[in-house]
Structure formats: structure tokens, C-alpha cells
Design a protein around this ligand. Structure first.
Ligand SMILES: *Cc1c(COP(=O)(O)O)cnc(C)c1O
Length: 369
């Protein structure tokens, strides 16, 4: 890669391809793969990522909101797209752009069926979501009869899939809870399938579910974080490659004396003569203030440069006393080293949060490494 001259987020499509193939190797031949590309592809670049996944033969996409699906359709993506969290105001957008809503409550089912009937739709694909323990979105098992009664009375929609979402698939200490969720899903999907005159797809595993519960793959798995390079434990993560690398540069180097302070509120006081580097990245770019005051660090020429003082909106100061470097040198915020997971851990966060926080101000550079 050419040396960067500003803050950029590099999106490595070859890493994405590697991760996709690795995850696909864990999935049974007949099981479809749904790629989750919500939140700009976990903070990367959803269109470039989706196009690459189409080339890799992905079966399905999922986004959280209808507008995210619209972006993919505008870019010419024709693969089916599941909208995980549609809201009634988006029904026009959903149907106009052939997006497929997750239907998670009686109210949503009634509203979408009436809408589809009014639009004279026939067999419009919907995905029925059941709550098996996450207690976020989804029907409960007791709703089965009302759901199937409603479905029997309409030709406007068809159940393309029945699905659920695990609460703690990455957590080995929660295995018995996860098994209970899987058992509930098995029971629900058997009952609903028996009542429908056709066979919907069944799916319930996310990335760590694919790794930890290979027997529950059903007809499709939904992978998000794994595609972007993170598994549920270090051994799995070591087999994946980070898709996103956040880089910045050194804007200025200062030598400061013992007792001098750095940054807003004078949060850092130099204990001795030090060298600091000022970087053009701040909390407006997605590196939260939580990383300030020694918690977070970045990599300069392979060495650890700790953040000193408070993170500003547009800038961060790091300690480069022990690092040979000059103005214009490259800084790795996260990527191979530190990984987004390691950096996130410094503030008790997770790679999902750090990756998706990188704001749209940061230029995305799509590449193949
Ligand atoms: C975000 C999401 C996923 C993807 O989960 P990962 O842990 O990133 O693989 C799968 N299913 C649903 C319902 C989601 O909301």
C-alpha cells in the first residue's frame, strides 16, 4: 500500500474473500450463507463489500434498516436482502426496492399483510422472526396459531424463512442457555413448517454460532463479524484477516518539558522531558474519549504509542518518546497490530462497536492486499 497522507480506513477485499472462504468451509455444502452488511458493512464500505461477496456467490444479504438495503439496490445488487428491523414507514421503500422484511410482531404482520394486499402483491417474501431468549425482537412460540391463521387467509405474502437470533453464542459459559434457545427454535420451526403448505428456510446462527454450534446450521447461516475478521476467540480470529485497517499520520511532533501539560483540561502532565506526536484523528472520527489518558494506543513503526491526555474532536496526542519517528510518518490505529479487538478491549468494548463507530468523515480506500 502507498504511504497514507491523511486518516484513511483501508478495506481489504482479499481479506474479505479469505474470511468468506474460511467461514464457508465451516458450513455444510447445502447450507446457504447470508452476509450481514448492516451499518455500512460493520463500518467498512457496504457496496464494495457486497459486490465482492456477490462475486464469491453469497446467497443472501441482511441489513438492519430499509435505507441500507436501498443503498445496495442503487449500486445494482440483485441478491435477496433481508431487512432485520423494518419499520412501518418503510414499507413503500421495502416493496419498491424488493427488500424482504423481518416480521417480528403481530402488529407488524397485520400491517405488512394489509399493505401487501393493498399493493396487490402476490407471495411477497417475508421472514418470520421468533424470540427464543434474546428478548429483543420476535414473536413468541404462543403466537404460532395467530400467525398461521393470518397467513392462511392471505395470498399476498409468503414465508421465505423462519429465524431466530442467539443471545450468547460466543460464550462457552452460556452453552446450556444457547442449547435451550436452539431447542425452542427447533420446536417452533417444526410446528410452523407443519402448518405451512410450503417449506420456508430456517436459520438461527450468527458467526460464533457457526463456530460453536455446527449442528444447528439448518438451511442458512448469518455471518457478520467473521466476514470482517473477528471470530469468537483468539484461535478463530487468528484464522481470519482484518478487512479494515485504520491509518493516520503524524501531523506534528513536540518536545515538552517536565511539568508541561498536554491537551484540553491539561489532563496529562509530563513527568519528564518527552516527545509527543499529534495525529489528525479524534472522537469525531470514532475514537471515543474513553481511549484517552493512556487507555488506548496506536502503532508507529511497530511500536506502541500510548494516547496521552484527552481525545479531542479532531486530534489525538500520543507519546513517542521512545519511538524514532518524524512528521508525516504513518500510524496504525488498528488493523493487524493492534487489532480492532485489542484496541476495543482497552476500554471494555468489542470490535463490533469500534469498527462501526468509524465515522463517515474518514475516507474509505478499497484495496486488495
Ligand atoms: C447483526 C446480526 C447478525 C450478525 O451477527 P455476527 O455476530 O456479526 O455474525 C446475525 N443475525 C442478526 C439478527 C443480527 O442482528
Amino acid at each position: 500500500m502507498p504511504k497514507v497522507t491523511e486518516t484513511v480506513l483501508e478495506i481489504d477485499l482479499n481479506a474479505l474473500g479469505h474470511n468468506y472462504r474460511y467461514l464457508a468451509s465451516k458450513v455444510k455444502k447445502d447450507t446457504k450463507i447470508l452476509a450481514v452488511v448492516k451499518a455500512f458493512g460493520y463500518g467498512s464500505e457496504s457496496v464494495a463489500v457486497a459486490k465482492e461477496l456477490v462475486a464469491l456467490d453469497v446467497d443472501y444479504f441482511a441489513v438492519a434498516y430499509a435505507a441500507e438495503g436501498e443503498t445496495l439496490r442503487d449500486a445494482g445488487i440483485e441478491t435477496p436482502i433481508l431487512v432485520l428491523h423494518p419499520l412501518p414507514d418503510n414499507f413503500d421503500l421495502i416493496v419498491n426496492r424488493c427488500l424482504e422484511p423481518s416480521i417480528y410482531s403481530q402488529k407488524m404482520l397485520d400491517a405488512f399483510v394489509s399493505y401487501a394486499e393493498k399493493q396487490r402483491q402476490h407471495a411477497y417474501p417475508i421472514h418470520v422472526k421468533f424470540n427464543t431468549g434474546l428478548n429483543r425482537l420476535g414473536f413468541s412460540e404462543e403466537d404460532l396459531n395467530t400467525i398461521t391463521n393470518k397467513l392462511e387467509k392471505t395470498q399476498a405474502v409468503t414465508v421465505k424463512s423462519v429465524f431466530s437470533h442467539l443471545a450468547a453464542s460466543e460464550d462457552v459459559s452460556e452453552q446450556s442457555f444457547t442449547r435451550t434457545q436452539l431447542e425452542r427454535f427447533r420446536s417452533i420451526s417444526e410446528k410452523i413448517t407443519a402448518r405451512l403448505p410450503y417449506t420456508p428456510l430456517l436459520h438461527t446462527l450468527n458467526t460464533s454460532g457457526i463456530i460453536n454450534y455446527p449442528n444447528a446450521q439448518y438451511d442458512m447461516v448469518r455471518t457478520g463479524i467473521g466476514l470482517y475478521g473477528f471470530g469468537n476467540h483468539p484461535e478463530e480470529t487468528s484464522k481470519l484477516r482484518p478487512v479494515a485497517t485504520l491509518k493516520t499520520v503524524i501531523s506534528q511532533i513536540h518536545t515538552i518539558n517536565k511539568g508541561d501539560t498536554v491537551g484540553y483540561n491539561r489532563a496529562f502532565t509530563a513527568p519528564k522531558t518527552m516527545r509527543t506526536a499529534t495525529l489528525p484523528i479524534g472522537h469525531a472520527d470514532g475514537i471515543s474519549r474513553a481511549y484517552g489518558n493512556g487507555k488506548g494506543w496506536m502503532s508507529i513503526h511497530g511500536k506502541k504509542a500510548k494516547i496521552i491526555g484527552n481525545v479531542c474532536m479532531d486530534m489525538i496526542m500520543v507519546d513517542v518518546s521512545e519511538i524514532e519517528c518524524e512528521e508525516g510518518d504513518e500510524v496504525i490505529v488498528f488493523g493487524e497490530q493492534p487489532t480492532a479487538g485489542e484496541l476495543a478491549e482497552a476500554v471494555q468494548s468489542i470490535p463490533y462497536e469500534l469498527l462501526t463507530a468509524i465515522s463517515q468523515r474518514v475516507k474509505r480506500v478499497v484495496c486488495r492486499k
